[in-house]
Design a protein around this ligand. Structure first.
Ligand SMILES: *Cc1c(COP(=O)(O)O)cnc(C)c1O
Length: 478
């Protein structure tokens, strides 16, 4: 493709992108296709001759788009958001155009130095105390794996990297029973063995109970295990529980255990000073992460990973074969040594665009707005006897269920709630996902898409109530 044609298509696609953002609200939020529907429309062999961009783009619109779930739809209330913003998308276009592979300082000095600076900015924006150094990772799953590997290396004096896990004794890791599944996956990958992950029970607010953590550690020490890492969560994925970091940090300090804090979703709320109580005691943590790609208007992927001791991180991952040596030596940072992969995308650029476009004030307003509209919705639901707010994070996530009048059997209530959610999702006008809390089926309501306004929340709440009314009649309980 010559640059004349590239220019023409770039303009055309930029127009399409703006049109998409203007009209995404009219599309069904969740893709309304069956498994295999898209695959059967794709040729089973690659083209022999190159194809015209006009046809490729038309197929994107006609074949691919119907199979897309619109995460940037303002009625996307499922999972956690993976929100984005126009400045982030513009930066991503530039990143793709530069096509720079930013593994070392020398392979793009600006990428390295900008990453260092935006991590400093981010740390100030969320009120992290002095003494944390940040870098960008692709996802929370990867950043938590880095934390577990660093904890393992510190506990074994860097011997497991050298000679493997055999002879290192039995090491244990702790989290709560509400901790994200990525931690258990990482514990397996890091070689601890998933059965050496202790899942500590939670209290009524779905937060880890430090007294039970302390007991579990004592039991393991007495049983000949070596406790290596505790993972605390700020904003659990199911119900938004907030583990008490200060109390957990105290226990970790006493035993010399690595404390990793996963704030993947809720970390963005720290731009608001009134929510900073959530990181009380964070100075006792060894590592901390949150995902600007969830709730900070930066398109996927972008995880901010902060550590107290970058030297321990680098010592865990550094490996420099002859072909990667550069003349700058110790005078520069080489982020390839700060994580698992060698090659790195230029992710700092989109974060820089976002932070400058919004400013601290704009970020506080946007995130504060999501929280405020969620608060108003929670209040209204609490005032309605047909509905129960089962768990409330105090942020922009809560879990609820329908209490159909006259039905006491909890299994029947579960199945009616499941039917309700599926029917709402099938309308394409909103998208929710569920979890189970204390065994009961609950619907999660997570607000955080960039364009979500009060009217979208209102419309979805009306849709939920109308759908429940129809179901009630059908189930003979109306
Ligand atoms: C979403 C989430 C994760 C996983 O995030 P990825 O970036 O997709 O790996 C981990 N922990 C928590 C608490 C989360 O909410």
């Amino acid at each position: 493709m010559d640059t004349r044609e590239f220019r023409k298509w770039a303009h055309e696609m930029a127009d399409w992108m703006a049109d998409y953002l203007e009209t995404v609200e009219e599309r069904p939020v969740r893709a309304a296709v069956e498994p295999g529907d898209i695959a059967k429309r794709l040729p089973s062999t690659p083209p022999e001759a190159g194809e015209d961009m006009g046809r490729i783009f038309a197929d994107f619109r006609e074949t691919i788009l119907p199979g897309i779930t619109h995460w940037q739809h303002p009625a996307f209330f499922a999972y956690f958001p993976a929100n984005s913003s126009p400045p982030s998308v513009l930066a991503e276009m530039l990143t793709a155009t530069l096509g720079a592979q930013c593994m070392s300082w020398q392979t793009s000095p600006a990428a390295t130095e900008l990453e260092t600076r935006v991590m400093e900015w981010l740390s100030q924006l969320i009120g992290l105390p002095e003494g944390f150094t940040g870098c960008i990772q692709d996802t929370a799953s990867t950043a938590s794996l880095c934390a577990l590997l660093s904890a393992r290396e510190r506990a074994t004096d860097f011997a497991s990297n050298r000679s493997g896990m055999a002879g290192q004794g039995r090491m244990t890791v702790y989290c709560s029973e509400e901790t994200h599944s990525s931690i258990e996956k990482d514990v397996g990958i890091a070689g601890f063995g998933r059965e050496n992950l202790r899942k500590i029970a939670v209290d009524d607010s779905y937060a880890m109970r430090p007294d039970l953590l302390s007991e579990a550690i004592d039991r393991d020490v007495a049983g000949g295990f070596t406790p290596v890492c505790v993972v605390a969560t700020i904003g659990t994925t199911g119900a938004g529980g907030i583990d008490p970091v200060a109390a957990i940090a105290k226990i970790c300090r006493k035993h010399g255990i690595w404390l990793h804090v996963d704030a993947a979703w809720a970390g963005s709320a720290l731009v608001l000073p009134e929510h900073r109580w959530m990181i009380e005691g964070i100075e006792g943590a060894d590592s901390f992460l949150f995902n600007p790609h969830k709730w900070l208007f930066t398109n996927f992927d972008c995880t901010a990973y902060f550590v107290r001791d970058p030297a321990a991180l680098v010592q865990t991952f550094e490996i420099t074969p002859e072909y990667l040596k550069t003349a700058e030596g110790d005078r520069v940072v080489n982020y390839r040594d700060w994580g698992i992969q060698l090659g790195r995308r230029f992710r700092a650029l989109k974060l820089w665009f976002v932070l400058r476009h919004y400013g601290a004030f704009g970020l506080r307003q946007a995130i504060g707005g999501h929280i405020a509209m969620t608060r108003r919705l929670v209040e209204r639901m609490q005032a309605d006897q047909d509905w129960e707010v089962v768990a409330d994070s105090g942020l922009a996530l809560f879990c609820f269920r329908w209490l159909p009048a006259g039905i006491a059997d909890p299994v029947r209530v579960d199945s009616l709630n499941e039917a309700l959610m599926q029917r709402v999702n099938a309308t394409g006008r909103a998208y929710f996902t569920h979890t189970r809390l204390r065994g009961r089926y609950v619907i999660r309501w997570s607000v955080g898409q960039t364009a979500t306004e009060e009217r979208h929340v209102e419309a979805a709440w009306a849709l939920v109530r109308e759908t429940a009314a129809v179901l009630a009649v059908e189930a003979g309980v109306g």
